[in-house]
Design a protein around this ligand. Structure first.
Ligand code: SF4
Length: 238
């Protein structure tokens, strides 16, 4: 039987095995914020369908416009120009300005520290109500900056976990809930697993031509069991 068809407790055991394998391969990743909460939030919006280098360049040019107030007040075309290295700058620019405006007008202003105490469900809703902020972005901010027990699912987490069969095929959005339901509410563990999934997705279980021959997850991977050394591009896998 393929992993994806197994009951949840068996897939939870599989996910824990994956976690330990990845940690043995890539090392344990201590949970510490990589950047300020608002920086994380805006950068993650810029990162959508964009390489890391272009996201960084777009963020730096955006900040060159001035402080957050200045970015809100700038013409939207100027914001779109500043973030042109990010894909879809014309749609991201007004969303970023509106997101910053709403945050500025919230009780804490630009200080998002209230998210540390707010119930997780409410914090997710508060963040995802902002324009351009989806569940992935909200989860990243809550886990990375506030050590809240959520599990961000990006393209790498989604691809590797789907191929192994930890979860059946579903969209990235739905995978947040499905994967979290198999994991303990332990932020350091969730962070470590998220970062190591990324490493594996970038280095081995790539979008096209995954390197199954050197993969440490091969012995329990659904995709490898089905396709052997010829696992197709992720979009082609059904
Ligand atoms: S065996 Fe292949 S498809 Fe499975 S996780 Fe490893 S690289 Fe990805």
């Amino acid at each position: 039987m393929f992993n994806a068809a197994r009951p949840a407790p068996e897939r939870a055991e599989l996910l824990d095995w994956v976690r330990l394998r990845l940690r043995a391969e890539y090392g344990e990743k201590p949970l510490r914020p990589r950047r300020e909460p608002l920086h994380e939030l805006i950068s993650t919006i810029l990162s959508q369908r964009t390489t890391h280098a272009d996201e960084e360049a777009a963020y730096q040019e955006l900040r060159a416009l001035g402080d957050w107030d200045a970015i809100i007040a700038a013409p939207t075309e100027a914001v779109a120009h500043a973030i042109r290295r990010s894909n879809y700058p014309e749609s991201k620019a007004p969303r970023i300005q509106e997101t910053l405006r709403r945050i500025r007008d919230a009780p804490g202003g630009y200080d998002l520290n209230f998210l540390r105490e707010m119930p997780v469900k409410d914090a997710l809703k508060w963040l995802t109500d902002l324009p351009g902020v989806g569940v992935k972005t909200a989860s990243l901010v809550l886990l990375f900056n506030y050590a809240r027990p959520v599990f961000p699912v990006d393209t790498h987490v989604h691809r590797v976990s789907s191929r192994v069969g930890v979860i059946p095929r579903m969209g990235e959005q739905a995978a947040h809930r499905a994967l979290l339901s198999l994991l303990p509410p332990d932020p350091p563990l969730l962070y470590d697993l998220h970062i190591n999934f990324l490493a594996h997705g970038r280095k081995v279980c790539t979008w096209t031509h995954p390197r199954c021959g050197v993969c440490i997850l091969r012995e329990r991977c659904d995709a490898f069991a089905l396709y052997g050394d010829h696992v197709p591009s992720f979009s082609e896998t059904k």
